[in-house]
Design a protein around this ligand. Structure first.
Ligand code: ATP
Length: 258
């Protein structure tokens, strides 16, 4: 075996996309929302999905996590063939692909720790003590170790969103999807959530985020996907894309949000 072959064999996953979407089509009744979306994501990449309201960003993200049925194309994510009935396991997909939404969806009657351990004990059947250890580790990761015993209403919106991220991290996802997670937050709370996301990315997490935070996308994302009318209109390495926009639509979009 040559050295190149040996190196390739030693890290096969690094050379393969962890997300591969081809020709994705999604309609709500007569309304076609995704019209042949194709892209791929390498492990460790942060991809920011941007575009005008109604361009299909959130729908695309929901399709990746099996929350929407699809009418055409293929989605392969962490080895799951999502959207093809019978070819993926919902529980395993939920563990492998974390998703964080704009609304935190925490249980108000449970402590922060219990919000996080719930899925670990119920879905992954981990013993309570082990689940607790995981909860404390992920809370530490998002800077909230001291809030384990607090209830959601005792936390700020930014802190609640960080708990939601920790809850997702607890399941050891390979890919994380973020759907406008800072849209409901004040600017200073937005900053603390974005910092957690930036740290996750620096730690090697593969992330796809739909965001209106263009400054953040521009500074931190490796790749940007600009969606327009249900299509990937323009995409590429972030710096290159912003330096040399290829389409009038992306140029206008950037001009309108920066
Ligand atoms: N469950 C649904 N039923 C019917 N139409 C839907 C549904 N979800 C989304 N749509 C429509 O699909 C289109 C794309 O919506 P989507 O939320 O994906 O856009 P978006 O780019 O994420 O927009 P925004 O930035 O405003 O969140 C919109 O016209 C929306 O009204």
């Amino acid at each position: 075996m040559s050295r190149a072959d040996a190196a390739a064999a030693a890290m096969p996953e690094a050379s393969q996309p962890i997300v591969r979407v081809t020709g994705l089509e999604k309609s709500f009744g007569p309304l076609k929302v995704l019209d042949g979306v194709s892209f791929s994501v390498m492990p460790g990449q942060m991809v920011a999905v941007v575009g005008r309201s109604g361009s299909g960003k959130s729908t695309m993200l929901r399709c990746l996590n099996g929350l929407e049925d699809i009418q055409g194309g293929t989605i392969e994510i962490c080895g799951h063939q999502v959207g093809r009935p019978g070819s993926w396991n919902k529980a395993q997909l939920r563990s492998d692909v974390g998703m964080v939404f704009q609304s935190y969806n925490l249980f108000p009657h449970l402590t922060v720790e219990r919000n996080i351990t719930l899925a670990l004990t119920l879905v992954q059947k981990k013993p309570r003590a082990e689940a607790r250890q995981v909860a404390l580790r992920v809370l530490d990761q998002v800077g909230l170790a001291e809030k384990a015993a607090a209830y959601p209403e005792q936390l700020s919106g930014g802190q609640q969103q960080r708990v939601a991220i920790a809850r997702s991290l607890a399941l050891s996802p390979q890919v994380m999807l973020f759907d406008e997670v800072t849209s409901a937050l004040d600017p200073e709370l937005t900053v603390e959530v974005l910092k957690v996301m930036e740290d996750l990315s620096k730690g090697g997490m593969t992330m796809i985020l739909v965001t209106h935070e263009m400054g953040f996308a521009r500074r931190v994302a490796h790749t940007v996907i600009f969606m327009h009318q249900g299509r990937v209109w323009e995409t590429g390495p972030t710096a290159e894309l912003f330096a040399r926009p290829q389409t009038a639509e992306f140029q206008q979009f950037v001009g309108s949000v920066l």
